[in-house]
Design a protein around this ligand. Structure first.
Ligand code: FE2
Ligand code: FE2
Length: 289
């Protein structure tokens, strides 16, 4: 088995000496604090008031979205505990609950800077409906693929693309804080898959397209984390750029990673190529298309 080359796809290789128990590193990782935002931001101060309000509200909605991700990791953590996942996977996924709550605070704090007023902590999170699978191992395996391997790879690509265009130092600090965790969150999925029993891997392979489609759909539709036309200087890409990030993550990270683990990915690759062909130029994007 080749070692996948992307930093998000780091998995143990059977014939490679591992030295110390792999879970030690993740379990002793220091807890991170929310990075302090700069006291002044000339880019924000120079903004038109209406745009400043809109950008601030977008960051406020992002705080709520981060808590939804925390809720997803909470459910996944319980599923992994109940089905005996490897310790390194458990340590990362349980840690991810904390990380995503911290991301909520990062976004709330950035929103305050844009709005120039106190922003309250996001409200309660409605739980996602439970998936139809009744086999707990199958449910956990599908959930890991969707949450870690696919969604976190897209999140990482989205944040990295956002950061490359952001001029506001406040937004840059916020984005960088979020980005720093996503590699590890995604990696939990690849470690889990590398250790997974053959029948469960076969089930993932057979249902891969069904697993991937809704995750891409969540980034494809106009959502609460971006504007259709974007505000890239402030860490908010356009809907077209968001879709581009989602496609890029699947094409360059997720599909090659699954392929290197021996899964047949051709139907998913063909579907993605067709989806990518509908992207068009930035100006031709239609909301919800
Ligand atoms: Fe996050
Ligand atoms: Fe994450």
């Amino acid at each position: 088995m080749d070692r996948p080359s992307h930093p998000l796809i780091s998995v143990p290789v059977a014939d490679e000496p591992v030295g110390e128990p792999p879970y030690e590193v993740a379990m002793t990782r220091r807890r991170r604090r929310v990075l302090p935002l700069p006291p002044r931001d000339p880019v924000i101060e120079a903004m038109p008031a209406a745009l400043r309000l809109e950008v601030g509200r977008t960051w406020q909605r992002r705080a709520h979205e981060e808590l939804k991700v925390a809720s997803g990791f909470t459910v996944l953590c319980r599923e992994l505990l109940e089905t005996g996942a490897p310790p390194e996977v458990l340590s990362i996924v349980s840690r991810a609950v904390h990380d995503e709550v911290r991301h909520g605070e990062v976004c709330r704090a950035v929103a305050e800077r844009y709005l120039g007023a106190a922003v309250s902590w996001p409200g309660e999170i409605s739980p996602e409906p439970p998936p139809p699978q009744t086999d707990p191992r199958l449910r956990a395996a599908y959930h890991v693929v969707a949450v870690c391997c696919v969604n976190e790879a897209i999140a990482w690509t989205f944040l990295e693309a956002s950061l490359s265009e952001t001029r506001s130092h406040t937004a840059r600090v916020g984005l960088g804080d979020l980005l720093a965790d996503e590699v590890l969150h995604a990696r939990a999925g690849w470690i889990y898959l590398a250790c997974l029993a053959a029948p469960l891997r076969a089930a993932i392979e057979a249902n891969l397209l069904t697993l991937v489609k809704p995750v891409l759909g969540g980034w494809w539709e106009e959502g609460p984390i971006e504007r259709i036309e974007g505000a890239p200087e402030h860490g908010i890409p356009s809907l077209h750029a968001t879709r581009r990030s989602a496609v890029t993550a699947l094409r360059d990270i997720v599909i090659p990673g699954l392929e290197r683990l021996g899964l047949r990915v051709e139907p998913t690759r063909i579907w993605l190529t067709e989806r990518e062909a509908t992207l068009g130029a930035p100006s031709s994007v239609q909301a919800g298309g």
